[in-house]
Design a protein around this ligand. Structure first.
Ligand code: ADP
Length: 234
């Protein structure tokens, strides 16, 4: 469970989050949607402790997250554009993270196979394609079986096989009771996975509820159309 209460953030005069309230529940995938620059990444980074909000509260698993870096260990994160130190190999990146965590991680072998990453183990990360970097990022996010997953455009750059396997992994994590917060520009993908939608516009929550509720409210069966209606109405 991740709870966000009256979260505010400004950069100079720009109010990026204007009192955001949201509860991300276990066993649910919540899609965070909204136009560019609406504050989606800032919200997710605030939960991760990568952005320090100006006001409000964040709780992860009931524990205060602001100023409490230990909470970060409970969150698996796939950033929009994953970067790794250039001259280390994929295998070394994985080993470093394992050493930092002091554990091997659950299902490393299965994840290496799922994303066909074994051939890349000895490659320096600088030569990896965007898709392979994304697969490594997915492996690291899921490796330690965290109760919360924050996935920022996770399938960008993945080939259809990897993307399909990734979606199965997310669905299994959801069914296993993980709290999943996800963004994607690919509405069909959110349609497949998301139970709930948080719609942000210029830092304010315009809609937060079940996908069916959004469909009922907008009279649109397809998520893409429903979100478009919200954008028109806002
Ligand atoms: P989204 O993920 O919805 O596209 P972001 O959260 O990335 O939106 O950004 C929201 C707004 O905050 C944008 O106008 C962006 O330019 C601004 N912003 C984000 N990070 C910073 C920063 N570090 N300094 C100044 N402005 C920022």
């Amino acid at each position: 469970m991740v709870e966000v209460e009256a979260l505010t953030k400004r950069y100079g005069t720009l109010e990026v989050l204007k009192g955001v309230n949201a509860r991300f529940e276990p066993g649910r995938v919540t899609a965070v949607v909204g136009p560019n620059a609406s504050g989606k990444t800032t919200l997710m980074k605030s939960i991760l402790g990568l952005v320090v909000p100006d006001g409000g509260r964040i709780r992860v698993g009931g524990e205060e997250a602001l100023g409490n870096p230990a909470v970060r260990a409970r969150i698996g994160y796939m950033p929009q554009d994953p970067r790794f130190p250039e001259n280390v190999t994929v295998g070394e990146v994985i080993r470093w993270i394992q050493e930092l965590r002091g554990e091997r991680g659950k299902g490393l072998d299965a994840l290496l196979d799922l994303f066909a990453l074994r051939p890349a183990l000895n490659q320096p990360t600088r030569v990896l394609s965007g898709g392979t970097r994304q697969k490594l990022s997915a492996l690291l996010a899921f490796l330690f079986d965290p109760p919360v997953l924050i996935l920022d455009e996770p399938t960008a750059g993945l080939d259809p096989l990897a993307s399909s396997r990734f979606k199965d992994l997310v669905a299994a994590a959801r069914d296993g009771g993980k709290t999943i917060i996800m963004t994607s520009h690919v509405m069909s993908e959110l349609e497949e996975l998301a139970d709930r939608v948080l719609f942000l516009l210029e830092g304010s929550v315009i809609f937060f509820g079940a996908v069916e509720e959004l469909r009922a409210r907008t009279g649109e069966a397809r998520l893409e159309r429903a979100v478009a209606r919200l954008m028109e109405g806002a």
